[in-house]
Design a protein around this ligand. Structure first.
Ligand code: FAD
Length: 416
């Protein structure tokens, strides 16, 4: 915190917090922009920021049908990591971790990135072999990784179940020390404030209901606040991406699913890392407030139902209690869901669409919070230059017709 900010906090404390203004403006839409971005989640906001900051564009509008960060960006479990298998994914997700490492300073907004490390637990000799393969791949891709044995895992997370007679005994883990967690709202708000200060119009409660298509080219959007024309239109709408693509007249290889998460009552510090057991299908970290933040896999049936349900709760929490029995009597405080956008190869889509001047960023599935800085950075490059950055090129929509898939769901064993 700078001396000036510290002084402001004290001053506002003394005058009963009456001096704070809104962190960003609430302008109405203009008739026309250079670039219109649909979707005020982390990816849309980061794209707006990097377009203005890195590419010098100023006539940008970001349209959000609800409130910014009210989609998956404000509903996720905030794990940030780059422990992927393929070089293409490593380049993308590690760029994101690197950008996160400097983000609080860049935005002058504390995004609370806590690099507490992450364990992917192995429960058998077979899983240890897969873990060794993952660590080797990560290191070859220039990403930090260590293979831990059972005693080394115990030092990092003493509360796990180390009994030999456990149904799935712990044998070791993949460790990424630079992984961790961040504060989801702060990431959205930090990018929003910084983009607003660079002149981006952030327009909430503005739903895009169609596209202005002239001679087959996208010339803007129809919205609940009227028509807004744009030289280039960008969609970053996660679970609603295929819905918007259908409005523009093309199909996306995306299925939308509910993904659920859970938080317990707060307790004293018991876990200072992120622990994930693929075999149990669940992961956990402890928030700075003390609650255990827990999650697992997708709901099995595609749906737009943005709510939790009991079968998944039983699966995720049952798995967690097996490998951390000490939490069995904690009370569950909240349970919610977001609608995530899943591609057949579990990798994102960035780039142009079949409609000229309409671009898309989606397909982040269960793992796009960690990718917000890189997703925004690369999408902004694509929009400003009209061509891909080298890192986003493999994630082009065309891979589904050229068969150059990046099947991370199968390769790194993290299905999303
Ligand atoms: P969103 O944040 O969903 O933003 C899209 C926005 O588009 C929404 O605000 C929506 O209202 C808006 N929109 C949609 N249609 C329209 C329209 N027609 N007009 C205007 N606006 C529209 N990722 C991780 O990296 N780590 C995790 O630990 C993690 N855990 C998760 C846990 C859960 C329970 C969930 C649901 C997700 C999790 N994710 C995680 C995934 C991550 O949250 C998402 O991939 C990421 O937030 C996607 O960001 P986004 O900006 O693309 O989408």
């Amino acid at each position: 915190m700078s001396k000036y900010s510290a002084f402001r906090v004290i001053r506002e404390g003394l005058r009963n917090q009456t001096g704070w203004g809104p962190a960003w403006r609430s302008p109405g839409p203009q008739d026309e922009y250079d670039i219109v971005i649909v979707g005020g989640g982390g990816h849309g906001l980061a794209t707006a920021y990097y377009l203005a900051r890195r590419h010098g564009l100023r006539r940008i509008a970001l349209l959000e049908k609800g409130w910014i960060g009210g989609g998956n960006t404000g509903r996720n479990t905030t794990v940030i990591r780059s422990n992927y298998f393929y070089p293409e994914s490593a380049a993308l997700y590690d760029l994101s971790v690197q950008l996160y490492e400097g983000l609080s300073r860049e935005l002058n907004y504390n995004v609370m990135f806590s690099q507490r490390g992450m364990l992917i637990i192995a429960h058998s000799q077979h899983e240890m072999e897969i873990a060794a393969r993952t660590v080797n791949a990560m290191r070859l891709n220039g990403v930090d990784a260590d293979l831990l044995d059972r005693d080394q895992v115990r030092k990092k997370a003493p509360l796990l179940n180390y009994r030999r007679d456990a149904r799935l005994p712990i044998e070791g883990a993949v460790w990424q020390g630079r992984a961790g967690t961040g504060r989801h709202d702060a990431v959205a708000w930090g990018y929003a404030r910084a983009a607003d200060r660079l002149g981006v119009d952030i327009i909430q409660n503005c739903e895009v209901t169609g596209f202005v298509l002239e001679g087959g080219t996208c010339k803007g959007v129809e919205t609940t606040l009227g028509t807004i024309r744009a030289s280039r239109t960008a969609v970053a709408a996660a679970g609603h991406a295929s819905h918007l693509a259908a409005m523009a007249g093309f199909d996306l290889p995306i299925q939308s699913y509910a993904l659920q998460a859970f938080v317990s009552e707060p307790v004293k510090p018991i876990l200072d890392t992120v622990a994930f057991s693929p075999a149990h299908g669940s992961y956990v970290s402890q928030s700075d407030k003390g609650g255990l933040v827990m999650g697992g896999g997708l709901d099995r049936i595609p749906s737009y139902g943005q709510r939790g349900n009991l079968p998944v709760q039983e699966d995720v929490l049952g798995g967690l209690v097996e490998y951390i029995p000490a939490i069995a009597r904690l009370k569950l405080l909240r349970h919610w869901a977001g609608i995530v956008d899943v591609t057949p190869d579990s990798s994102p889509l960035i780039g142009p669409t079949p409609v000229p001047e309409l671009f898309i960023n989606c397909g982040w599935g269960t793992g796009g919070f960690k990718a917000i800085p890189a997703g925004g950075y690369l999408f902004a490059h694509c929009l400003a230059e009209g061509t891909h950055h080298d890192i986003s090129a493999p994630f082009d929509l065309s891979r589904f017709t050229t068969s150059r898939l990046i099947d991370e769901g199968a390769a790194s064993g993290i299905a999303h």
